[in-house]
Design a protein around this ligand. Sequence first.
Ligand code: SAM
Length: 239
Amino acid sequence: MEDAEYFSIVEGTHAVQNPTSPEKLRLVAEYLGLRRGGRLLDIGSGRGWWTVHAATEGCDVTGLEINEYFAAAARRRAAEAGVAERHRIVLGPAAEFAAEPDGYDFATCLGASFALDGYRPTLEHLARTVRPGGRIAVGELHTADGTTSPELPSLTELAHVAAEFDLDVVGVVSADTDDWDRYESRQWLNAREWFDRNPDHPRRHEVLATSRAHRESYLRDERGQLGWSVLVAVVNRGG
Ligand SMILES: C[S@@+](CC[C@H](N)C(=O)[O-])C[C@H]1O[C@@H](n2cnc3c(N)ncnc32)[C@H](O)[C@@H]1O
């Protein structure tokens, strides 16, 4: 039952909806070289910590987000930060947004490559959307130990795929176990507190059971095995 309502509950208080932190995303911003007047497209913006940060740095931001709860939260955050005039969230599937080729200086997708059918199509899309010399950042899952499997690539493989699209990787910012634990724990806590606050909600037990099933697979199979990194790259296009 992991639909929009479920995620709005379990990720309803995360500043960043990924195993990373505002501090680490500030480093991503530095590697991207965000600057006043830069045009930035973000895929799967969530609750908007990243898009609002980019707008605060002076960028003109367009964020694409399918979940209405998250889109509303991001717009609120932008208004509170006083940057609403250069922060736009387009509600709907990212794949339906007609991004102008070469129309942006920066394009980012942090933990949402599934919105564009996976890592490879996402890189292709971002590389086409950003002008030559612009930069992209993609946050993606990979194995923690450098091996590859049919389900999960290694970090090296992610960088090699970027090279296939003439993207020159200039930065990497990776999650550690504390980042993962904080991201996961916040989901369990949100589910539990929501359950306690909503004694009459019809989906109360279902939400808690789903969160507990995720907790079990995280602790049993994933903790220490999953990597997540943001790769930052310059768009070469033959340059
Ligand atoms: C893991 S969260 C990451 C959110 C944000 N980038 C961050 O780092 O905090 C993935 C986001 O992608 C959004 N999403 C999922 N499918 C989408 C789609 N087809 N189009 C646009 N956004 C989508 C989800 O609603 C969610 O907000």
